[in-house]
Design a protein around this ligand. Sequence first.
Ligand SMILES: [Mn+2]
Length: 319
Amino acid sequence: MKQSVIIGFLGKTQDRFCEYHTAKSTYEKLQMVRRIKGFDGVEMVFPHETSTPEETTAMMRELELNWAAINVNVKKDPQFVAGSLSRPIRQIREEAVALIKGAKDFAKAVGAPLVTCCPLSDGYDTLFQVDYQAAWKYMVETIGEAADYLPEVPLFLEPKYSEVRVHCHLDNTSKALLLLKEIGSKNTGITLDIGHSILSQENPAQMFATVKETGFDVYIHTNDNDARADWDLIGGSRHFLNYVELLFWAKEYGYEKYFTTDASPRTCDIVDFFERHAEVSLGIWNLVNTLDAARYRRLMREENHNELISLVTKEIYRV
Ligand SMILES: [Mn+2]
């Protein structure tokens, strides 16, 4: 199991009420990744944490870290705060597409395997606010153009129900998948964030299989929440069995990408928090590797629900 982290969570974070921890440079965040037992991979935000490809590559090499992904942020800059890829203003859409293309150029230059994009500002707060017909058409156009550019660097879309909009356009995995099918580019995938999937009342393991069976690729973000908000908690702390089941199916499909931690330490010590997350994630991965998957799947074929839940009790919960 390869584990990485979105390095933004190693610096200062904030919500509507509080600020947590202190601001750090990209180099300081990367130094911190080195100190976290269990992590050797990095997801870095473009363009806010990146510098030139040469400088970034030098830091990554010096600290012997590996690329999980480049995360292109199409919501932070002032012109994107109210949305980017779905907006009726052509210039804003073009700037957002150019930003994703720039992230792909950067990913290629530094050797990162994929670009992931979570268009959180594209959506609406109130009803009768947005022309849904136009918004969908623009997203097919903009994301399609970005997906077709530099096809050797695949573009992954990360859906989420809400925040920063009350209702994001790509509000669940199926909707993002529908958009990918509409675009028709094979150089795309879904970033399956466990917490986002749970927030959308999905089962992450089932959505993993659905994306794969639809012919698209999957990249996993790990965390947990209470299904009411995207709290970015330590993995398995609320939905333990969901985490086990997702890793079971990731193993069945031969998932080889990084498991990237998208969790926020908030009031916890940063290194301790991520080591606990790495520990439970690896523990679950090791547990999954002890399970006789062929037996589980045979019992599923036979619809032997009682024996399956008995195995879950004895082999997973171990009670
Ligand atoms: Mn995520």
